[in-house]
Design a protein around this ligand. Sequence first.
Ligand code: WT7
Length: 662
Amino acid sequence: MTQPATDSHDQTTYPPPADLASGAVATAELYEEAAADRLAFWGRQASELLTWDVEPTEVLDWSAAPFARWFADGRLNAAANCVDRHVAAGRGDRVAFHWVGEPGDTVTTTYAELHAQVQRAANALTDLGVRTGDRVAIYLPMVPEAVVAMLACARIGAPHSVVFSGFSAQALRDRVDDARAVAVITSDGGYRRGEPAPLKPAVDAALEPRDGVESTVRAVLVVQRTKGEVAWTEGRDHWWHEALEAAAPTHEPVSVEAEHPLFVLYTSGSTGKPKGILHTTGGYLTQAAYTHRNVFDLHPETDVYWCGADIGWVTGHTYIVYGPLLNGTTSVMYEGTPNTPTQDRWWQIVEQHGVTKLYTAPTTIRTFMKWGEELVSGHDLSSLQVLGSVGEPINPEAWTWYRRVIGSDRTPVVDTWWQTETGGIMISALPGVTSLKPGSAQVPLPGISVEVVDDEGRVLPAGHEGAGYLVLTEPWPGMLRGIWGDEERYRDTYWSRFAKEGWYFAGDGARRDADGDVWLLGRVDDVMNVSGHRISTTEVESALVSHPSVAEAAVVGASDPTTGQGIVAFVILRENAPRGADGQDVAKALRDHVAREISPIAKPRQVMVVSELPKTRSGKIMRRLLRDVAEDRQVGDVTTLADSSVMATIQAGLQGSRGSED
Ligand code: WT7
């Protein structure tokens, strides 16, 4: 777990600004309506927020729990809901995206233009042999085509599997293989930190035969972004722009059942193998539209909304693509890093486009805090009305800074708790209703049911001193429908812990204060949260032991002032491993190795070379003790160790060998 946020030192609450409250989309009545009849409430949301080809008559079928069916007899198309219906209603000239490239180029796409592009892209995929039900991997940086690609897949009913473009070739192949994807949509490269960075070589490497087995991919579509040299596999590779130009301009969206798979998105679990989280169409879209509209108090005619996530994560899926487009929003989308070319890049963009709603992660806010508020004060940010936070608990200090410096001491800050698995926001204040409490995600949204419980499943009441586990006690429309190809893991991971009660186990620690507000306390499993990215300790350990120099590895998440948690690795080297002068060379080699194997985001902050690891008599590594070392604390109880002198040996060996950070 990360450092618990406490509500003890700052009892200040922030009531909704009067002007916002008086025109707010969500009022307190929403809670009453949902509480009176939860399913009827969701039925109304589905019918009002979406356009159905066949209106559903049934809201929820939970008879095959934990496999839910929402709005099961309804039919619709996700892309038609995101695009076509806005154009049909005469809103084709509204801007869907103000895209800002890192080098300074821009692309403005209206709903009508998006409509044209998505239709051509859908036809291009069909021309390449992609059929309804086939999986398509999308491995793209933050370019406008990423949105078009996702919607084109949705339009033909081919579930997309977006793989974060920072992931390695190896990670891409794992995901392509697991999903049995038939096509990959990628680019020649993208811009990051002022430089073009190639991407296509990773796709080429990923699609090489592995252990003699060909990949399932038959076609690769390549978006041209950096215009660098690319290797080409004739017959397999196709330029995106050529394929779209050759494709027919109109396309009839495929009407699918509400439970038709919309996407698979891989996320880390507590084992080394990533889980393919499956989301379907009708329920997911209902929750995406509902939460985006109410949590951000969205007024589509006037708002300019910006979510700073990457489309490779669920936040990008739900709050860059589906939620905003369903609501007919005008969004900003930015390609690059916040400090390119200068550290005030974000504030230039907010000012220039008059951004009204901003959604980002605590780690980003803390980075801005570090860079200093002078960078912000030179910009007019008076357009901002609501600020959102997601990905990890936001410490009260970062919360108040976000509100004061970015929000001109005026805007609500909503802390939104959810997961890849939940599909959309579950716990959050409503900006026009809730009095805000810095550091707490506060209350479940109308229609959502949560509890904080102890090991035995006893509900911990408001004001209970100790921490418990966060559980979701009723199914919700955006819930995952399973783990791709692994029913048992789905049951095990989420539904076995409180099987008797039938509750979903979120894997987060939590407590409830005297007002009943929920405070999230971090993961309770072997999953780290680094800059809002979920990374499993086992995955990093597997990458480390795949290096020829490493005999054994143990990884822990240690609290970090900027990234929430930082990855600290303890490794035992093989006898013959080259060690370098003071372990620095080997540490660097191993950090680079992890970046190559998984992604730079999984790169350990520190690598500590040790001669032994603390293990219980049954051989389980005691991460708790390693965390004590990594966080420079007094080492805790060692009595359950097989060899109680191990910790002393480790600490003695580490004297002077710290500081293997770049
Ligand atoms: C895990 C889910 C949800 C999109 C981004 C991450 C942590 C997320 C909060 C928050 C405290 C949070 C939890 C959760 N988390 N938001 N507002 N307060 N913790 O999605 O990769 O699926 O990770 O992120 O630990 O279980 P994800």
